[in-house]
Design a protein around this ligand. Structure first.
Ligand SMILES: Cc1cc2nc3c(=O)[nH]c(=O)nc-3n(C[C@H](O)[C@H](O)[C@H](O)COP(=O)(O)OP(=O)(O)OC[C@H]3O[C@@H](n4cnc5c(N)ncnc54)[C@H](O)[C@@H]3O)c2cc1C
Length: 220
């Protein structure tokens, strides 16, 4: 159930509060935006993340403002947005977007248990590019020390989902213009070899076949 803070107000029927939907959106997203206030100034910082069960993990330089603020237990708002299409209505007013988004409110805690820290970093890596963690050199002591990992509990959250065609005012359906949905999706291009790559080394399949899953089939 939503809390007083996470209840979607406008277009309330688009609010979704079940974990399953929220997890699917989080698992498909690549970037979250972390909002926090430091010295009276709001910041909203884009960053990568990973999810394990009801924990969202964020990592970064131990020196970054975002990580420093968050580890001190400051309230945060984490948002993930998937853009699925542009919705072209007959009237300018009724144009919209099809999207799936999640908002999580809470406080972060520093992950200092070395085992959980390494697991969180693997979760983050596998979230972005499954298969890469095992194929790359593992982090050493120095690198681990320079990296902070934070856990945001997925406890107070909401999702909002818009799907489907434009919704015009009845009298506008006869207006002579095109209306419909322009679907948008994230697609990977062909891998580009690093110039220092050993000759003859091919891009792995997990790079060649990279896709983000699209689990909602009824997006148009
Ligand atoms: C790609 C995209 C484009 C959008 N374009 C517009 C636009 O042009 N104009 C506009 O007014 N709105 C737009 N929205 C919707 C916007 O995100 C808010 O939902 C909207 O401003 C209504 O907020 P509210 O006043 O009802 O709720 P608020 O009072 O702002 O929020 C109350 C609670 O509802 C939940 N909530 C609100 N919005 C979302 C959301 N999107 N996803 C998950 N939880 C949410 C949060 O938990 C929040 O704490 C867009 C959303 C997306 C994803």
């Amino acid at each position: 159930m939503p809390t007083a803070r996470t209840r979607v107000v406008r277009e309330a029927h688009r609010g979704v509060y079940d974990r399953e939907t929220v997890y699917r959106i989080l698992d498909e997203g690549l970037v979250c935006h972390v909002g926090f206030i430091a010295e009276g100034q709001p910041f909203v910082i884009p960053t990568s993340y990973g999810r394990k069960d009801a924990s969202l993990y964020i990592h970064g330089s131990a020196a970054s403002r975002m990580l420093r603020q968050m580890k001190d237990g400051a309230p945060v708002c984490v948002t993930v947005t998937l853009l699925d299409g542009l919705v072209l209505a007959r009237s300018v007013f009724n144009h919209s977007m099809n999207y799936r988004s999640v908002v999580i409110l809470g406080r972060a805690t520093l992950v200092d248990d070395p085992e959980e820290k390494l697991t969180a970093l693997r979760v983050l890596s596998e979230h972005i590019l499954p298969g890469r963690w095992a194929d790359a050199r593992q982090p050493n002591e120095r690198e681990l020390k320079q990296t902070s990992v934070l856990r945001v509990p997925i406890e107070e959250f909401s999702a909002k989902v818009r799907t489907g065609p434009p919704i015009d005012d009845e009298e506008d359906y006869s207006f002579p213009t095109w209306a419909g949905v322009l679907p948008l999706e994230m697609r990977a291009g062909a891998p580009i070899n690093d110039s220092k790559l050993d000759p003859g080394r091919e891009a792995p399949l997990y790079a060649k076949r990279y896709t983000r899953p699209r689990r909602f089939s009824e997006l148009a």
